[in-house]
Design a protein around this ligand. Structure first.
Ligand code: AMP
Ligand code: MG
Length: 268
């Protein structure tokens, strides 16, 4: 999945990416991908057990995307099969008054995963350099300092035992049109329609620039960004699953040594 990992220091330009490509699993189609996803679901489930039993490290998965980018669907499909007891999913919306009374990382830090656990952020502190920047919710003198603050914050989490993986689901403007239209047309999807999605869509280019900067300025060795082609849902699910599997495999986890001499224990 190195294909999609953003090397620290590189300059991201989302306008030059192809959200519709499927090179990493080119031999698969939507229907033939199902078996592979099921295999990956099982593997992720095993790795979650290992992470939990090891108990010394945590995994934080940050998911960002434009509206309709597929954050909810990714969580549903990628974590299906993983023990819900070990995963904390948290969605960050517009800060409430209590949250807004604090610095922007306060609510984030409260939700970072405990050791042994997987934390999934559906939106994150990155909104504070995306929606906040695009809509001038704070002055540039404030948001421009946040990239370094975020790098430092993530470095601290990492030093303290949390592996961080950040994933941008890269959906095209054309695909977003289809998905928004479906939310209008399909009664079972109406509940997902939010008129504010239309004003974000009008600012698509501004968002892309904000994403380019956020990803370029905060992809580090310890907390890398991945830009995942997301116009094909099945492909997105496989790529995200593979990224998480590779990440946990790289965490140097082990089942703990038994604290008792099991050789001398016999269950009558
Ligand atoms: P949803 O993910 O569809 O439930 O929408 C959540 C909304 O909250 C999105 O429109 C986000 O842009 C918005 N949001 C999340 N974090 C922030 C933030 N820090 N400041 C302002 N808006 C935010
Ligand atoms: Mg929404």
């Amino acid at each position: 999945m190195e294909l999609y990992r953003i090397t620290p220091g590189s300059i991201v330009d989302l306008s030059r990416t192809n959200p519709g490509e499927k090179v990493a699993f080119d031999h698969l189609t939507k229907s033939s991908s199902k078996k592979m996803l099921a295999t990956m679901n099982r593997e992720l489930s095993e790795l979650q057990r290992l992470l939990w039993s090891d108990g010394d490290q945590a995994l934080l998965v940050v998911l960002q995307a434009m509206d309709t980018g597929g954050k909810d669907g990714t969580i549903r499909k990628v974590f299906s099969g993983v023990n819900p007891q070990g995963v904390d999913v948290y969605g960050f919306g517009v800060p409430g008054p209590h949250e807004a009374a604090h610095d922007y990382l306060w609510r984030i830090h409260m939700r970072t995963p405990a050791k042994g656990r997987i934390g999934v952020f559906n939106r994150s502190h990155y909104e504070d350099v995306l929606v906040v920047r695009v809509n001038d919710l704070v002055p540039e003198s404030v948001w421009s300092k946040r990239y370094k603050q975020i790098r430092d914050f993530e470095e601290m989490l990492c030093d303290e035992g949390t592996t961080i993986v950040k994933i941008m689901l890269n959906v095209s403007k054309e695909e977003q049109k289809e998905r928004l239209q479906a939310r209008v047309d399909d009664p079972s999807k109406n509940y997902k329609f939010d008129p504010s999605d239309l004003s974000s869509r009008e600012k698509w280019e501004d968002y892309m620039v904000a994403y380019d900067d956020a990803i370029s300025l905060t992809s580090t060795v310890d907390a890398p960004w991945y830009i995942v082609p997301a116009d094909r849902k099945w492909y997105r699910n496989l790529v995200v699953s593979q990224i998480l599997i590779d990440t946990i495999r790289g965490m140097d986890l082990a089942y703990p040594e038994p604290e008792f001499d099991l050789a001398h224990i016999a269950i009558e």
